[in-house]
Write a protein that binds this ligand. Structure first.
Ligand SMILES: NC(=O)c1ccc[n+]([C@@H]2O[C@H](COP(=O)([O-])OP(=O)(O)OC[C@H]3O[C@@H](n4cnc5c(N)ncnc54)[C@H](OP(=O)(O)O)[C@@H]3O)[C@@H](O)[C@H]2O)c1
Length: 286
C-alpha cells in the first residue's frame, strides 16, 4: 500500500513514519517540500505519487497559536485539509484525518462535573469555543463532503518520550511531567475543572493501521477518562506514594472533553483507560 503521510516532522507523524516505514511505501513530504495551503502543489504531489490512502497529521496544532493567528489556523487547518480532501475525493482514495477532542470544548461548565459528568459521543451537535476546535470541526465537515471515504479521528492530548527538538519547540508530555514528579519529588498544579482523556502516542500509532480499515465516519480515538486532570494525576501517583505532589487548582475555564470510546471499540479498537495508560508509561520509564 502506498501512503501519503502529512505532518511527518511533527509529534505523531514522525512516530508513524518510523513505525510503518518498513511495512508500507510512504511518501512523507516535509512542510517545505509540500505546503498544504498550496492547492496546485497538493494536486501535483498526489498525482505524481498516486497514494492508496492519505494520513493527514499536518496542522497548526498549538491551541494558543490558533487563538493568536486565526488566519494562519484557517489557512493550514481548514484550507490545507480542504486541498487534500478534494484531491483524495477525486481520486477515490481513503483519507484519514486527525481531528481533536477540542471540538467538544463547547460551553461553560454548569454545576459540578462530578455529578453531571458525561462522555461525548460522535453524533453531538457542536459549537466549539477555541479557534482550533472550530477549525478542526470545519475541516471534518469538508473531509466528509469532499471525500466521503474519510475516516475522522478525534484525538485526545497525547504523551510520549519527547526528543530534545520537541522539548525545544515547547511540546509538553503529561507522561514525562509525571515521571519527573516521581523522580525529583517536584510539586505540580493540575486543574480540578479540566476533564479529558490523555493517550499514549505510541498506542495511537499502533491503532492507526486498524483505523485505516474503519468504515467512513467520525470516531472518538483515544483513552477514555471520567476524572479531572487533578484526580487523574492523583490516581496515577498513588501507588508510588506521591499523590500529594499534585496540587489542585481551578485553572482556566472548566471544560469537559472526555470522549465515549464505544464506537471505536465496536470495531475492535480499544484504548486503555487514561489512568491505566499513564501508569504503564510511568512504570516503564522509572
Ligand atoms: N499532539 C496532540 O496531543 C494532539 C491532540 C489532538 C489532536 N492532534 C492532532 O493530531 C495531528 C498531529 O499532531 P502533532 O502533535 O503531531 O502536530 P505537530 O507536532 O504540531 O506537527 C504538525 C506538523 O504539520 C506540519 N505543517 C504545518 N503546517 C503545514 C503546511 N501548511 N503544510 C504542510 N505541513 C504543515 C508541521 O511542519 P512544520 O513544523 O515544518 O511547520 C509539523 O510537522 C494534528 O492534526 C493535531 O491537530 C494532536
Amino acid at each position: 500500500m502506498r501512503l501519503l503521510l502529512t505532518g511527518a516532522g511533527g509529534f505523531l507523524g514522525s512516530r508513524l513514519l518510523s513505525y510503518y516505514r518498513e511495512k508500507y511505501e510512504i511518501w512523507a513530504p516535509s512542510h517545505k517540500e509540500l505546503d498544504l495551503t498550496d492547492a496546485k502543489a497538493v494536486r501535483d504531489g498526489m498525482g505524481a505519487f498516486a497514494p492508496d490512502a492519505v494520513i493527514h497529521c499536518a496542522a497548526l496544532s498549538d491551541v494558543g497559536s490558533c487563538e493568536k493567528d486565526p488566519g494562519l489556523s484557517a489557512a493550514i487547518n481548514v484550507e490545507g485539509t480542504k486541498n487534500l480532501a478534494a484531491c483524495a475525493g477525486e481520486r477515490k482514495v481513503k483519507l484519514l484525518f486527525c481531528s481533536s477532542d477540542q471540538v467538544y470544548f463547547d460551553g461553560p461548565a454548569e454545576g459540578n462535573y462530578g455529578v453531571n459528568f458525561f462522555a461525548h459521543r460522535e453524533n453531538e451537535i457542536l459549537h466549539p469555543i477555541p479557534v482550533y476546535g472550530q477549525h478542526k470541526l470545519q475541516a471534518e465537515t469538508l473531509c466528509q463532503r469532499l471525500c466521503p471515504d474519510s475516516v475522522i479521528l478525534r484525538l485526545t492530548w497525547m504523551y510520549g518520550e519527547l526528543t530534545k527538538q520537541e522539548q525545544d519547540r515547547g511540546k509538553r508530555s503529561l507522561g514525562e511531567i509525571l515521571r519527573r514528579m516521581v523522580r525529583e519529588g517536584q510539586e505540580q498544579s493540575f486543574s480540578t475543572g479540566d476533564w479529558r482523556g490523555v493517550t499514549d502516542g505510541n498506542t495511537v500509532v499502533r491503532f492507526l493501521e486498524p483505523a485505516l480499515a474503519l468504515p467512513p465516519g467520525i470516531y472518538n480515538f483515544g483513552s477514555p477518562n471520567c476524572l479531572s486532570l487533578y484526580e487523574t494525576v492523583r490516581c496515577v501517583l498513588k501507588p508510588f506514594g506521591k499523590e500529594k505532589l499534585a496540587c489542585p487548582t481551578e485553572g482556566n475555564r472548566p471544560r469537559n472533553l472526555c470522549m465515549d470510546p464505544k464506537k471505536a471499540i465496536a470495531h475492535g479498537i480499544c484504548f486503555p483507560d487514561t489512568v491505566q495508560g499513564l501508569s504503564d508509561f510511568l512504570r516503564s520509564g522509572l
